[in-house]
Design a protein around this ligand. Sequence first.
Ligand SMILES: [Zn+2]
Length: 183
Amino acid sequence: MSRSRYRYCPLCREELGEEMRGGRMRLACPRTGCGFVHWDNPIPVVAAIVERDERVVLVRSRGWPDSWYALVTGFLEPDETPEAAVLREVEEEIGIPAELGEYLGAYPFERLNQIIFAYHVRGGPGPIRLCEEELTDYKEVPIAKLKPWPRGTGPALREWLAARGYHPPTVELGEEVPDGRAD
Ligand SMILES: [Zn+2]
């Protein structure tokens, strides 16, 4: 497991212990009257299959090995719907407007304790401009040449391709996954 774990109570700074709560062992605050429990619920993430001109935009996040490219992803802002978040993330991360396509499904990504809500979006015209804080590269891959990867956003891409009659092999991204980074 590479998930980050709390050690101290974020409410009262007591050292956390383990307790059976809701059918699982959880980190919980032992101090009487505090009541903090670290439920460790999955974090929602949105992902976009950005299609334009028969190609899909894949991006490489800062810190990833050179061979890794995956879908545009991001976190939701407070009060934001997943549909709004995915369009905002596309515009922020690759600098093109996007139009919502179909919702593809929810994909658990256990290693990062995320639940990924994946969408197909149609990318608008214009040059791609990367958000350099987050991304280091992109490529636009013809749909027929896409090869999905086994975890993270890969299963959403695999199913989207299958629905269009493409059944390429699933290919590992190549190198050991560093902790704390999505693929
Ligand atoms: Zn506490």
